[in-house]
Design a protein. Structure first.
Length: 317
């Protein structure tokens, strides 16, 4: 005789010659299966049910279990968290950021919140919209550490306050501007330099919507910010500045470059610098020469000069 389970798989089998089982029997089988997969909803751990150890009656070798709360798609972040622990990068950040929160808002440390923000960006979560989901992610809870390991990481509202209020104070903004240099110095302390090559350049950061400071830039053909960066020969970011989208490429170069030049001033190493034509500024030449830098800066195109050396610009075939 065909079982009720068989009718679930093929309820209208033309070869059976039997009528389907009562609807109550079918519902009982389905409800039992769902309870085995989802738990009973009474606060017991997911995967537990009235079946006890989750084994099925028709074959005790088959066991149902569920570990969805222990699964993450961001397991690779743990390797970066280990590197962060070895280098002490966010611990260094915690030493310089000021915590103005009152006691009942200090569910997570400044270091933990900084890690959640940084590692969220690293995993591709560019804003706090995903923070509520990441708060229960087992990998993110380990990254944040502290009470987050057994409970949860910061929520979207907590991360929003951290990034727009706590980090936005004048003292913390100044500390963040210097933090990249401190991180780079810690790296150099482990592996001393023989020479440093600095590269100053602007970039494009497209914006969407009416964001403060964004503006149309005809050169790039988009509405955007116009940030300025200083990188070294290893590709490490030494310092940066977020600027309105309609400023000149070299606008505010002193604010970005001078602190980096000062950090390397006392090192007995070879100093090199390069930039494109936007930074062909006499004041920049003077500063580099006073700091004993060898530099290569492209000159803007001059029509009269180009005409005089046109024969030299021809490339051999």
């Amino acid at each position: 005789m065909k079982s009720s389970a068989a009718y679930l798989l093929s309820p209208h089998s033309p070869s059976s010659g039997l009528s389907p089982p009562p609807e109550s029997t079918v519902n009982h089988i389905v409800s039992n299966a769902l309870m085995a997969l989802e738990g009973r909803g009474d606060g017991s751990p997911m995967g537990t049910s009235e079946f006890g150890d989750g084994r099925l009656g028709f074959d005790r070798r088959v066991r149902l279990d569920f570990h969805g709360s222990k699964i993450s798609s961001d397991g690779g972040l743990l390797l970066f968290r280990e590197l962060d622990d070895v280098l002490g990068l966010h611990d260094l950040m915690g030493e310089h950021l000021q915590d103005a929160r009152i006691d009942h808002n200090r569910l997570h440390s400044m270091v933990g919140l900084s890690r959640q923000s940084t590692f969220g960006w690293l995993a591709g979560y560019e804003d706090v919209n995903d923070a509520d989901r990441l708060a229960v992610d087992p990998v993110m809870r380990q990254i944040v550490g502290g009470r987050a390991v057994d409970r949860q990481a910061a929520s979207a509202s907590q991360m929003g306050r951290f990034e727009t209020e706590v980090l936005a104070t004048p003292d913390n903004r100044a500390a963040l501007a210097d933090m990249l240099g401190r991180w780079v110095d810690r790296h150099h302390a482990a592996k001393p330099l023989r020479w440093i090559s600095l590269d100053l350049d602007s970039s494009v950061s497209p914006t969407h919507g009416d964001q403060e400071g964004s503006a149309w830039n005809g050169h790039f053909g988009c509405t955007r910010y116009h940030p300025l960066f200083v990188f070294n020969q290893f590709g490490h970011l030494e310092r940066c500045k977020l600027r309105p989208g309609n400023v000149h490429s070299a606008d505010g170069w002193e604010d970005v470059l001078k602190p980096v030049i000062a950090r390397y001033a006392d090192r007995d190493i070879l100093h090199l610098f390069r930039a494109d034509a936007a930074f062909a500024i006499p004041g920049l030449y003077v500063m580099l020469e006073a700091a004993d830098y060898f530099y290569a800066i492209r000159l803007p195109s001059i029509a009269m000069l180009r005409d005089k050396i046109a024969d030299l610009l021809k490339r051999p075939v």
